[in-house]
Design a protein around this ligand. Structure first.
Ligand SMILES: [Zn+2]
Ligand SMILES: [Zn+2]
Length: 261
């Protein structure tokens, strides 16, 4: 099982000489497991991901805030008709989800009706996806605390387990459910957009803090935690400074990061 990070910036791509180390692309994570390529979200980082012809290709969406979908039509591999791609989200059934993506990428918002023009994209319901992945891979989900909703996922195989918990405004009342969900994960990807000092002015924005990542990690049984969904204004120098406060087992995610499980 392999995790490759193509985008871990929150909200909007952040391109500048001061964000090159952690990267400016928005959410896109690739998990290679057995003969499957599972892609979590298609933020701007999706443009740099190559679809693998010898694996079944699945895009699993946490939700459809723009930073999680905006990269979809910019991946040239998607326009190769032999590249069949399954698209799914646990947050909605296939028809309303398809309509949402089609509205975002057509008409007054986007020049090409991408959903209509790409017959190689197949939308499926989450329960159908589970059947498609089993028995080698198990995917579970839970609803996160985020305006408009967001799905957290865990992807498990005989190799290990990776949990994806962005975007989420962490509350202590979530601890039991989240820690049970993420239990025994080799990697947890955590939404650490803010610091504790910033949280009071960002209440209701749907994101957690770096310090909450540490609290969560210390209290639950997971091997490694990667803090992601970095604030677009958080420069490399600040992330480096904050990085020195992180205990062993916790790291800031960065574009280009690869972790094997
Ligand atoms: Zn987001
Ligand atoms: Zn969001």
């Amino acid at each position: 099982m392999e995790l490759n990070i193509y985008g871990c910036r929150g909200s909007i791509p952040s391109s500048s000489p001061n964000t090159v180390r952690y990267g400016g692309n928005t959410s896109c994570y690739e998990i290679l497991v057995h003969n499957k390529q599972i892609i979590l979200d298609t933020g701007s980082g999706f443009r740099n991901l190559r679809l693998q012809t010898d694996r079944s290709k699945i895009i699993l969406y946490s939700h459809w805030h723009h930073d999680h979908i905006q990269g979809l039509p910019f991946n040239s591999d998607l326009f190769i008709k032999e590249n069949s791609v399954t698209i799914c989200s646990a947050l909605a059934t296939k028809r309303p989800f398809r309509n949402t993506l089609q509205t975002y990428f057509s008409g007054g918002y986007f020049p090409v009706d991408i959903v209509k023009h790409l017959p190689n994209l197949t939308f499926v319901n989450f329960n159908e996806l589970q059947k498609q992945l089993s028995p080698e891979v198990t995917v579970e989900w839970l609803e996160l605390n985020h305006p408009g909703g967001a799905a957290g996922y865990s992807i498990k195989s005989s190799d290990g387990k990776i949990s994806y918990l962005c975007d989420n405004e962490y509350e202590l009342s979530q601890f039991d459910e989240l820690s049970q969900f993420a239990k025994d994960s080799d990697i947890v990807i955590w939404d650490g957009m803010f610091t504790d000092a910033e949280l009071p002015s960002k209440k209701g924005w749907g994101h957690s803090s770096i310090e909450q990542a540490i609290e969560f990690y210390n209290e639950c049984n997971v091997k490694k935690l990667l803090i992601a969904h970095h604030d677009p204004g958080r420069l490399d120098s600040k992330l480096d400074e904050l990085s020195s406060t992180l205990p062993d087992g916790i790291e800031f995610a960065y574009d280009g990061m690869k972790v094997s499980v």
